[in-house]
Design a protein. Structure first.
Length: 263
C-alpha cells in the first residue's frame, strides 16, 4: 500500500515534467509496488492539479493501448484510459506548435461525442452507440513524460496514458452513416501513406473499447457525461512529429482531416 503523500508526489512530478517540458524516469523502478489501481489514483491527482493550475475542465476521455501490437509490446491484455481536458483540444486549422511538447507523436483515431451519460458497470456496445451524438475523424498527439517513451503499464496510466493534445474534425457523422468495423483508414505524413488500417482494429469495434472503459470508470466514481469527447484508440502506430511536417487521416465515408506542424 503506497502512502497518499507518495501518490501526490508522483502526480506533482509528472505535472512539473509536462509543464516545464522535461523527461522523468519511470516510477516503477523507485516504487516496484506501484499497481494499475494505484496508478489510476495518481492519474486522478494529476488531473486535479492540471484543472486547478491550468484553469481547465474535463472534456472527455481517451483510450490507449487498444491495438494488439501495443498490448503485446507491454505484455498486457487490456487497454488503458486517460482524461481529456478542454485545454488539450486544438482547432482544426490551427498549426501545431511543438514548443511545449517533449517528444510528441501523432496517431489517427475515431472520436465519439456523447449526447447521453453512459454509466457502467454493464454498458454494452449497443448502449455506447445509442448514447453517441456523433462521430468524427480525429488525431491524437501523445507525449509521454517518460524518458524515451519507456514505461510500464502503471507508469503510463499515472501519466494520463501519454495524453497531450487532440484534434477533432468539424464534419459530424451519425453512427449509422459509417461502418465502424470495416471502414478503412489511411494515415499520411507529408502526403505519403505511412499506415493503413480499419476501424475494427480497435478491439473489433471502437465502441467495444468505450464500453470497456465505461465499465471501468464507474469503479473509480467516474462516468462518460453528455457532451464528452472520447478518443476510442489509435488505428495505426503513431508517427514522430517534426517541425514542418503535415499529417492527414482519411477514413472511408468521412472528410479527411489534416494538420500542419509549425516550422
Ligand atoms: O493513445 C495511446 O495509445 C497512448 C497510450 C500510451 C502508450 C504510448 O504512449 O504509446
Ligand atoms: Mg491514442
Amino acid at each position: 500500500m503506497m502512502k497518499t503523500d507518495t501518490l501526490e508526489q508522483i502526480a506533482y512530478e509528472l505535472y512539473l515534467a509536462e509543464r516545464d517540458v522535461y523527461e522523468v524516469t519511470k516510477f516503477v523502478e523507485q516504487y516496484p509496488e506501484l499497481t494499475v489501481e494505484t496508478a489510476y489514483e495518481i492519474q486522478a491527482k494529476l488531473i486535479e492539479l492540471k484543472c486547478k493550475h491550468e484553469q481547465t475542465t474535463i472534456s472527455g476521455f481517451k483510450l490507449g493501448l487498444t491495438s494488439k501490437a501495443k498490448q503485446q509490446m507491454m505484455g498486457v491484455h487490456e487497454p488503458s484510459y486517460g482524461v481529456l481536458l478542454a485545454n488539450m483540444a486544438l482547432n482544426v486549422q490551427q498549426p501545431i506548435s511543438l514548443k511545449s511538447l517533449i517528444h510528441p507523436k501523432i496517431e489517427p483515431e475515431v472520436a465519439f461525442v456523447f449526447k447521453q451519460d453512459l454509466i457502467g458497470p454493464v454498458v454494452t456496445v449497443a448502449q455506447v452507440l445509442t448514447a453517441t451524438e456523433y462521430i468524427a475523424p480525429a488525431m491524437e498527439i501523445i507525449d509521454s513524460r517518460y524518458l524515451n517513451f519507456n514505461f510500464t503499464l502503471p507508469d503510463v496510466i499515472a501519466d494520463n496514458s501519454s495524453s497531450s493534445r487532440y484534434i477533432v474534425g468539424s464534419q459530424k457523422y451519425t453512427v449509422s452513416e459509417v461502418d465502424l468495423v470495416n471502414m478503412g483508414c489511411i494515415f499520411s505524413q507529408n502526403d505519403e501513406i505511412i499506415a493503413t488500417s480499419t476501424a475494427g482494429s480497435v478491439m473489433g469495434h471502437p465502441a467495444r473499447a468505450i464500453a470497456w472503459m465505461a465499465n471501468k470508470l464507474i469503479a473509480r466514481g467516474q462516468h462518460i457525461r453528455a457532451g464528452d469527447v472520447v478518443l476510442s484508440g489509435a488505428l495505426t502506430g503513431s508517427a514522430t512529429m517534426r517541425s514542418g511536417d503535415s499529417f492527414s487521416v482519411s477514413f472511408d465515408g468521412m472528410e479527411p482531416l489534416s494538420v500542419q506542424v509549425e516550422l
